[in-house]
Design a protein around this ligand. Structure first.
Ligand SMILES: NC(=O)c1ccc[n+]([C@@H]2O[C@H](COP(=O)([O-])OP(=O)(O)OC[C@H]3O[C@@H](n4cnc5c(N)ncnc54)[C@H](OP(=O)(O)O)[C@@H]3O)[C@@H](O)[C@H]2O)c1
Length: 253
């Protein structure tokens, strides 16, 4: 078990060093098609969770700069408003809106989904970006382990409750879940909330990210005839507040 874990981490580290760093990105970006990078998406409605920071912020800004209407789902009103106003002034796109919702709470996601659904807009893109790596075993007020609550339960609840609006945009609808190559360091497990002793937040994060990918495969199969595409992706290693807080050693290296 120990050897397998060490092998998984080493292989991921070497592969990641070659592919997920800035030089890896620059190498891969040579294959990007210029016309893809300039696509305009006016009239498309996009939801981005975790949009006030890091990769979610970059995704929301990128979508807004291409003309989309963007709904930024953030848990903190002040941080959300600050990010919203930065994106509006950077892109000149006024069709960017803030929705306050804590993804660790099924109750809050249900309230959000219920009020948002009354707008009756088709959703073309849902980006499930909100995520975290919490080292301590924290239990949410609803009784779930926090990493699981945000990364798995929140992502799953948000996606399933947005399906009716995604179906309205079919066959042009897609759900993109920001998983992580870090999932390769842990196997798929049924122990979703890390109930055993010796809680390990890094391991729990890796397990959660594997579940996100497995769920995405399941949804892709279930909705393949309904015009909704499901994708999971690894963003590379990006220097964000989340990494600086959760993996300070990694952030500095
Ligand atoms: N950076 C990397 O190298 C890397 C690599 C692989 C995968 N990822 C994934 O990329 C995604 C974004 O991470 P990041 O690196 O950009 O980190 P980040 O800057 O910390 O962004 C995470 C975002 O998720 C939000 N969030 C966390 N808990 C939430 C909750 N309960 N409800 C609503 N929003 C919540 C955060 O809001 P607050 O600002 O309020 O905390 C923040 O907006 C995550 O899913 C992460 O697992 C990142």
């Amino acid at each position: 078990m120990f050897l397998l874990k060490t092998w998984r981490s080493t292989a991921f580290g070497v592969y990641g060093y070659l592919n997920f760093t800035k030089s890896g990105f620059l190498e891969h970006s040579k294959k990007f098609k210029a016309e893809d990078m300039q696509t305009q998406i006016e009239g498309k409605n996009c939801i981005v969770t975790g949009a006030n920071s890091g990769i979610g912020y970059a995704a929301a800004e990128g979508l807004a700069s291409r003309g989309a209407t963007v709904y930024m789902v953030c848990r903190n009103k002040e941080r959300g408003e600050a990010a919203l106003s930065k994106i509006q002034s950077a892109t000149g796109n006024k069709n960017v809106y803030l929705e306050v919702c804590d993804i660790s709470s099924v109750g809050e996601i249900k309230s959000f989904a219920s009020s948002f659904s009354s707008k009756d807009v088709p959703i073309h893109v849902l980006v499930n970006d909100a995520g975290l790596l919490e080292h301590k075993r924290i239990i949410t007020p609803e009784g779930y382990e926090l990493n699981f609550a945000v990364n798995v339960l929140g992502t799953c609840t948000m996606t399933e409750l947005m399906l009716p609006l995604l179906e309205k945009a079919a066959p042009d609808a897609r759900v993109i879940t920001v998983a992580s190559g870090g999932m390769h360091t842990a196997p798929l497990t049924k122990d979703l909330q890390f109930s055993g002793t010796n809680f390990d937040g890094v391991e729990q994060y890796a397990r959660n990210k594997r579940v996100q990918v497995a769920l995405t495969e399941k949804w892709a199969e279930m909705y393949k005839t309904k015009g909704i595409g499901f994708y999971s992706m690894h963003p590379g290693w990006a220097e964000t507040l989340g990494v600086a807080k959760s993996l300070p050693g990694f952030s500095q290296s």
